[in-house]
Design a protein around this ligand. Structure first.
Ligand SMILES: [Zn+2]
Length: 111
């Protein structure tokens, strides 16, 4: 059974259509003319593509579903970087600088 292209139902609202309808009796979608024909051809093509894709797909595997109500443990926080970094190893550090703010690492206020 085609999933998209179904001349027996409205492509928009899926109402079952009478034979040779000029438009959908429910939503008034025009079902004649080049645009409607193009739509049907496109939907037919979509069915073909879907069938081809489905044929190429492996058998669906069982998708593990997390059990409801079981809280997922939060990710552990990233460990703090090792405290081996000292002033001389940090780029842009105060080593060798004569700025007053650098003389006291605890003093962060501007003059
Ligand atoms: Zn319709």
């Amino acid at each position: 059974m085609p999933r998209y292209a179904d001349p027996g139902s409205c492509p928009d609202c899926r109402t079952v259509l009478p034979a040779a309808p000029a438009q959908c009796p429910t939503c008034a979608l025009p079902l004649r003319g080049p645009t409607a024909a193009t739509l049907l051809a496109t939907l037919t093509r979509a069915d073909e593509l879907l069938a081809a894709l489905r044929a190429s797909a492996p058998a669906p595997a069982a998708v593990p579903v997390p059990a409801a109500g079981v809280p997922v443990p939060p990710a552990a926080p990233a460990p703090a970087p090792a405290s081996g970094l000292r002033g001389s190893s940090v780029p842009g550090s105060c080593s060798g600088s004569a700025r007053p703010a650098c003389s006291s690492p605890r003093s962060r206020s501007w003059p």
